[in-house]
Design a protein around this ligand. Structure first.
Ligand SMILES: C[S@@+](CC[C@H](N)C(=O)[O-])C[C@H]1O[C@@H](n2cnc3c(N)ncnc32)[C@H](O)[C@@H]1O
Length: 280
């Protein structure tokens, strides 16, 4: 019999995430309970372990198996030009202020399979800013990162990507962004070479650089409030003084986050850093 998400108890979840933290140093203990339980139930079905116990022993015995499980414990869902009105706002209202700046440093935290970074690279190019931009893209999942680095996507997506591009950047054609092959499409090298990829866990890895723009869209939805505040502080510290911080449409934050960020545009979830001497 297969175990469903609602049959996994809070104690079982706590024990498993605690054991994973001890064994692999990857911390899911403050992830949102419901989505973790759904992820575990997905893994039980996919790997036919029958129960949490079966999954548990496989996870703790086999590092490679566990690394493959990360994608099911989180969610990699992403898209090119996800939330078009956000990209229009960024393009029309935010990026002009960087015209006179010597260089632009951007961090995509939780970049998944790369569509968000490549969208940004295309928008930066359209604003004639790509040549002086450096994009740093990080994710917990090595499999998602490998796909992002590859920049190869299914040809079946071409219609959707084309619609996305043409709606928001009418001067750009799909052939300028992707090489199109019989079996797949591949992001052009001029975008790929601007991006520095790294595996990075927002929960416990430090950041040594400073950025002008940080994206963390649809990542913290899986964190509880304490973890959200910890990670928001990391973003606050990692932003330059006039830095811009961008989150997803469904990201919800505790009230105390207002001491760190204030809205530049609430609808498209674009924020700017609050400078507060008592925080630094
Ligand atoms: C839903 S995707 C978001 C992709 C993209 N930002 C977007 O909005 O289209 C969430 C990503 O967050 C990553 N993630 C989850 N927990 C993380 C953590 N602790 N550190 C870094 N990345 C994490 C997952 O691996 C996944 O690729």
């Amino acid at each position: 019999m297969r175990q469903h998400a609602n049959e996994i108890s809070g104690e079982e979840l706590k024990a498993l995430t605690g054991a994973i933290r001890t064994r692999y140093g990857i911390d899911f203990t403050n992830y949102e309970v419901k989505s973790l339980k759904r992820g575990i139930a997905r893994l039980i079905t996919k790997h036919e372990t029958g129960s949490l116990l079966g999954l548990w022993s496989k996870i703790l015995r086999d590092r490679d198996f566990f690394m493959k499980c990360i994608d099911d414990l989180t969610v990699n869902l992403t898209d090119l030009f996800r939330n078009p009105d956000f990209w229009v706002f960024l393009h029309d209202e935010v990026l002009d202020s960087y015209k006179t700046q010597r260089k632009i440093d951007v961090w995509h935290a939780g970049c998944s399979t790369g569509e968000e970074i490549y969208s940004m690279a295309v928008v930066l190019e359209d604003k004639d800013l790509l040549h002086k931009s450096q994009l740093w893209a990080t994710d917990l999942s090595s499999r998602a990162l490998a796909k992002a680095i590859d920049g190869k996507y299914s040809k079946t997506l071409i219609g959707r990507y084309e619609k996305g591009l043409l709606n928001y950047l009418p001067n750009k054609s799909i052939n300028e962004v992707f090489n199109i092959y019989p079996s797949h499409i591949e992001v052009k090298g001029k975008y790929k070479k601007k991006i520095d990829y790294q595996q990075h866990n927002l929960v416990h890895d430090s950041v040594k650089k400073k950025f002008d723009i940080i994206f963390c869209r649809n990542v913290m939805i899986y964190f509880d409030n304490n973890l959200k505040m910890k990670v928001l502080r990391l973003f606050h510290e990692s932003l330059n003084e006039d830095g811009v911080f961008i989150v997803g449409y469904y990201d919800v934050f505790p009230n105390e986050s207002k001491t760190l960020f204030e809205p530049l545009n609430s609808k498209t979830r674009v924020y700017k850093k609050v400078i507060n001497d008592t925080l630094n």
